[in-house]
Design a protein around this ligand. Structure first.
Ligand code: ADP
Ligand code: ASP
Ligand code: MG
Length: 445
């Protein structure tokens, strides 16, 4: 069997949904499971609704829901004939009534928790898959719609829940029975706790859903359908000359995703690794392009791609008491752990430690605790620029080429060698694009 995941632009309107279903139709002999995102921008609009709810702005909230209703109903009217149209409109109305009831109750309480945020965001995928399901039926396909919340079971880390592997695999295997000729449709991104509270896997998490289904069903392949010709040598919005990469390893892809390549969610590769399931990134708008294959190991050395991550904060602690002492690093990391703040890059000298974090929400408390150890410096508005590829450090001219191409950009921190596939540089945020472009010009002339 095969899992196909379609992102927001691949289901953004009636024409896109039809393109998506044509791709799925061609794969019917391979017993496909289709995992879909919300229509483009809908999750952002639901996020706005969640914010309005927290401010108790009921009327604005109702207006935003009416706009969502209109967009989905217009799509249903455009591509569905009776009786499919009426059934679909009725299903959409039921889902939207649930959203109205939920937001009214929450607005009364001015409630905006991570739990309520997930419940509200889940509606986007529920709406888009309802449209896809009815359109598939209308086109004469044998289609079945599954509620992913009954299949993907997670812990209760709302807004970035972690799947519970065995429960999830058992639920998927018990319910979804892929077979040639029929199309199973379900939602990406959404899940639920063991007690049934709705969770999400984090923004962009539909890619992760796809490999969760792929691993549970032992898929021969997982396809991630998006709006570009695969994983490219850089974000094409920053570097128009970026080119698609034909093959990349799981680790390289994960590293790129973690350091900002939005094309794929950083957790996507994890379920695929154990079974060695190939993941292919393809373009819905150019389905014949081979895209990128993500595989256990990919041939070739040198820089494979460049990614960047903005809004990074650099935190430094220095203390002469660190000289020749032990236990300092432990004390420093305990503070980040206490404030549940992950650290990305680290550099140390005899008397100081610098780290980068991308979630500064606890920065004041972290700085207060760190100041008991030494002098604390906080520098916001940084970016990480990351070069990914095999054996970078073995190339003796690699670093000189990097610094030559960044000649006027003050590189604040560097990390090479912690992993054998990545060089990360911390640069001022306003220099992000220039850094990526210069490095791309150097390594992909
Ligand atoms: P989807 O809705 O299909 O999940 P996303 O918007 O999440 O799509 O991801 C696709 C986008 O990721 C592309 O349109 C592109 O702008 C961006 N992107 C960032 N870095 C890269 C990269 N290295 N290769 C390809 N696309 C990238
Ligand atoms: N719809 C969700 C989002 O926009 C999940 C996804 O598209 O992957 O974040
Ligand atoms: Mg995405």
């Amino acid at each position: 069997m095969i899992v196909m995941k379609f992102g927001g632009t691949s289901v953004q309107d009636a024409a896109a949904m039809d393109r998506t279903l044509t791709i799925a139709e061609a794969r019917l002999p391979r017993a496909p499971v289709l995992v879909a995102s919300a229509m483009a921008k809908v999750t952002d609009q639901l996020q706005q609704i969640a914010r309005l709810v927290g401010e108790g702005k009921q009327e604005e909230c109702d207006a935003a829901i009416a706009a969502l209703e209109e967009r989905h109903a217009a799509c249903a009217r455009e591509f569905l004939a009776p009786p499919h149209r009426d059934r679909c409109l009725a299903d959409l109305a039921v889902i939207l009534e649930q959203l109205r009831a939920l937001t009214r109750a929450l607005a009364m309480l001015k409630e905006w928790s991570k739990r309520s945020n997930d419940a509200i965001l889940s509606f986007g995928e529920r709406l888009s898959t309802t449209l896809l399901f009815h359109r598939a039926r209308c086109r004469g396909m044998d289609a079945e719609l599954f509620d992913a919340r009954e299949l993907v079971k997670t812990d209760d880390t709302f807004t970035s829940a972690l799947p519970i592997e065995d429960l999830t695999a058992a639920a998927i295997v018990a319910r979804v029975k892929p077979r040639p000729g029929s199309l199973a449709i379900t939602q990406g991104f959404i899940a639920s706790t063991v007690s049934g509270a709705t969770t999400t896997l984090g923004r962009g998490g539909s890619d992760f859903s796809a490999t969760i289904f792929g691993a549970a069903l032992k898929a021969e392949e997982v396809e991630i359908w998006t709006d570009v010709n695969g994983i490219m040598t850089a974000d094409p919005r920053i570097v128009p000359a970026a080119r698609p990469i034909s093959a990349i390893s799981y680790r390289e892809a994960a590293e790129l995703a973690y350091f900002g390549a939005k094309v794929i969610h950083p957790s996507t590769m994890q379920p695929a690794v154990n079974l060695g399931i190939p993941v292919r990134v393809k373009n819905t708008f150019e389905p014949d392009h081979p895209g990128t294959e993500i595989v256990p190991t990919a041939a070739g050395t040198g820089v494979r791609a460049i990614a960047s991550k903005r809004r990074i904060t650099l935190v430094s602690v220095s203390s002469s008491r660190m000289l020749l002492a032990y236990g300092f690093l432990r004390r420093i990391f305990e503070i980040f752990e206490k404030h549940q703040t992950p650290v990305d890059l680290i550099a140390t000298s005899e008397v100081s430690v610098s780290v980068t974090i991308d979630n500064p929400s606890a920065i004041d408390r972290i700085a207060r605790d760190l100041s008991e150890i030494g002098t604390v410096g906080i520098e916001a508005e940084k970016s990480i620029v990351c070069l990914v590829g095999q054996d970078l450090w073995k190339d003796t001219v690699f670093l000189s080429r990097v610094f030559k191409s960044l000649h006027e950009i003050p590189v604040r921190m560097i990390s090479l060698g912690a992993s054998d596939i990545n060089l990360s540089l911390v640069v001022p945020e306003p220099a992000t694009e220039e850094s990526v472009r210069s490095l791309h010009a150097e390594f992909f002339p």
